[in-house]
Design a binder for this molecule. Structure first.
Ligand code: GLN
Length: 553
């Protein structure tokens, strides 16, 4: 193809309709047609990136290989497409303004008045085109965050309008995602919100080419015709997106609705290849019809909000499907855990993940959970802060350092087994200053993680300030906790494990950012396998126990 085609995805009526999933699903279908695709998310908030946001605000902060702290939709893109995204794939209003203001301070605008139009809109257009400048993609999808009509979104919508005009007919497409609510009182699906939302878009000078309608009920032909007529789109460009039990069904649904076929027709892309979704279908079928199940505890402090641990939950789902197993994830609030109730709260769990996090809220609960997993031989995966908790627990209960802690939680601890990196000591700014992105890790041969990864050099993504304190390493190794993964460049401990435990791994990095549908992460695969084995062992044990207890029940 001569030059990249651009698809813009906007949203109307309400937020949270799943623009990210629709975008990722369409991109997947185009990719399976043999096209090179990438997706970008434009976020209309003023934070420069979501790194400084509390997970309660917008859910998890996703980290790319190049160390960008980004919106969680990029996680969906990577999980669906199996491609790496980068800083250029997520742009916020804060970042746009920051570059415009920096240019103004440098004098780049040569005395002109700097304004939203054209300076901010030009910068938005530059960011949209930046992806295509680095690599010649066939199709670039740009998801515009927020809802049309929002004050914050206006410059983005204006930039899309201009780009549509500049790139000319046949080179861009606008897909608008709306909601068709069902009124149970009258038993009807209502199209008026969609009509209004399209009108708002028209007022900004954009005629959408395709409408994707989120709905609880099947759309009738009449309803589709009505929407097509009143919103000025072709009949076949009214696409139904009905509620499904898993997000991974959406690409299959969109294929059934022929979204990809309509897109390539409208963009004049010649692609004779139909998307081969067979492996994807197999994954969905395993996910929906598991042969077994297992219970896993996810111990964290943002458990009220499922999006806060999005990538961890999806990584567990990928690994569960790999083993043909449903994984019942029990989200447990670390603040609720005490040494008195830990056995009761974690009763029946065949595996445990202690989640990443910041600050001391709920920290003792996480440490107690790690101790329980170690002592009761429950498969354990500690991620980032979760690994640090396992290290603190081991110091307190196995090395006799009863007041050991991380200096993040207690700067005065006599035994700072987790401490600030030297280069972090002078850092006072919070945004973008952690150890971020992919770093190499050398794995020791013969260890559990070596068996899991099947290699000795890996690269994994980081997002933290504190580190295992190497002053204590010898003491740990003498007492049964080993460093099985080390950063070859600066010797930082990246992985710890306990060889005389069936499955106990702590990692300073975040494996959840790199698990994809087609390539589940080895650590999650290993954890779920160990949990299933524990369950199988327990049920063998309990069967024989039952013979003795049956009469007493
Ligand atoms: N708060 C810890 C640190 O900064 C862990 C961070 C995390 O879990 N992502 O090192």
């Amino acid at each position: 193809m001569s030059s990249s085609k651009y698809i813009f995805i906007t949203g109307g009526v309400t937020s949270s309709l799943g623009k990210g999933i629709i975008s990722a699903s369409l991109a997947k279908l185009l990719q399976e047609r043999g096209l090179s695709v990438t997706i970008q998310k434009l976020d209309p908030y003023i934070n420069v990136d979501p790194g400084t946001l509390n997970p309660y605000e917008h859910g998890e902060c996703y980290v790319t290989e190049d160390g960008a702290e980004t919106d969680l939709d990029l996680g969906h893109y990577e999980r669906f497409l199996g491609i790496a995204t980068s800083q250029a794939n997520n742009v916020t209003t804060g970042r746009i303004y920051q570059s415009v203001i920096n240019k103004e301070r440098r004098g780049d605008y040569l005395g002109k008045t700097v304004q939203v139009v054209p300076h901010i809109t030009d910068e938005i257009k530059r960011r949209i085109k930046l992806l295509g400048a680095r690599y010649k993609y066939d199709v670039i999808l740009t998801e515009i965050g927020g809802t049309v009509g929002d004050i914050e979104s206006l410059p983005y919508i204006e930039a899309v309008r201009q780009l549509k005009w500049e790139l000319g007919p046949g080179n861009t497409l606008v897909i608008h995602l709306t909601l068709v609510p069902y009124l149970s009182a009258t038993g009807e699906l209502k199209t008026k919100p969609t009509q209004h939302s399209v009108k708002v878009l028209l007022e900004t000078g954009i005629q959408p080419d395709i409408l994707v309608l989120r709905t609880e009920k099947t759309l009738t032909r009449d309803l589709r015709r009505k929407v097509a007529l009143f919103c000025n789109v072709e009949y076949d460009s009214v696409i139904e997106s009905i509620n499904v039990s898993t997000i991974y069904e959406v690409p299959l649904l969109m294929q059934k609705e022929k979204l990809d076929a309509i897109v390539i027709r409208k963009l004049g892309i010649k692609s004779s290849k139909n998307p081969d979704m067979k492996p994807w279908k197999e994954f969905v079928s395993k996910l929906k019809h598991p042969r077994q199940s297992v219970d896993i505890a996810l111990v964290g402090k943002y458990v009220e909000l499922a999006d806060a641990y999005k990538s961890i939950i999806e990584s567990i789902n990928h690994a569960g499907a790999f083993h043909n197993s449903k994984v019942n994830i029990h989200s447990i609030h670390s603040e609720d855990i005490t040494s008195q109730n830990v056995a009761e709260i974690l009763n029946g769990m065949k595996g445990m993940i202690v989640a990443p996090g910041f600050g001391d809220r709920g920290i003792e609960g996480k440490i107690t959970a790690a101790q329980f997993a170690r002592e009761k031989k429950i498969p354990f995966l500690g991620i980032c802060l979760g690994m640090q908790c396992a290290v603190i627990e081991y110091a307190r209960n196995k090395l006799g350092l009863t007041r050991a802690h991380s200096t993040e939680m207690n700067p005065m601890t006599p035994d700072p087994v987790i401490d600030l990196m030297e280069e972090q000591k002078g850092v006072s700014e919070k945004g973008g200053t952690m150890r971020l992105g992919a770093y190499a890790c050398r794995i020791k041969e013969g260890t559990l993680v070596h068996r899991l990864y099947g290699k000795t050099l890996i690269r994994e993504r980081h997002r933290h300030r504190y580190e295992f304190n190497n002053d204590y390493l010898k003491e740990y190794e003498k007492n049964g906790m080993i460093a099985s993964g080390i950063n070859p460049d600066n010797k930082l401990v990246e992985i710890i494990e306990i060889p005389n435990h069936p499955w106990f791994v702590g990692i300073q990095f975040h494996p959840e950012y790199s698990s994809t549908v087609m390539k589940p992460h080895p650590l999650f695969i290993g954890l779920i396998k160990a949990a299933l084995e524990l369950k199988a062992g327990d049920s063998k044990g309990s069967k024989s126990k039952k013979m003795y207890t049956a009469s007493t029940r």
